[in-house]
Ligand binder design. Sequence first.
Ligand SMILES: [Zn+2]
Length: 94
Amino acid sequence: MDPSDIDDMFMEETAAMDMRHAIEREEMRLLAVARSEYRSIRNFASACRACGQDLRWRGFDLQVPPDYCTPECARSAPKTVQTLDPWEIAECPF
Ligand SMILES: [Zn+2]
């Protein structure tokens, strides 16, 4: 949402300001949750999945998945996540 949309939604300037502050606080909260989760995934993985470099002392970077050390490593890694195509699942034999 564009911050200027908030002014259109609220007639009163104080209500618009309260809403902007609430959104800011929520963004900060979500970022703190993301950082803490990122840190715990890095501590758990402990080494880059592509090159094996120690991850535990690397900082928070939204451009880099937490189990890789750099965007290059993340890109070079083979795709291991496979989702089942519901139409490919064999029919139940019973
Ligand atoms: Zn790496």
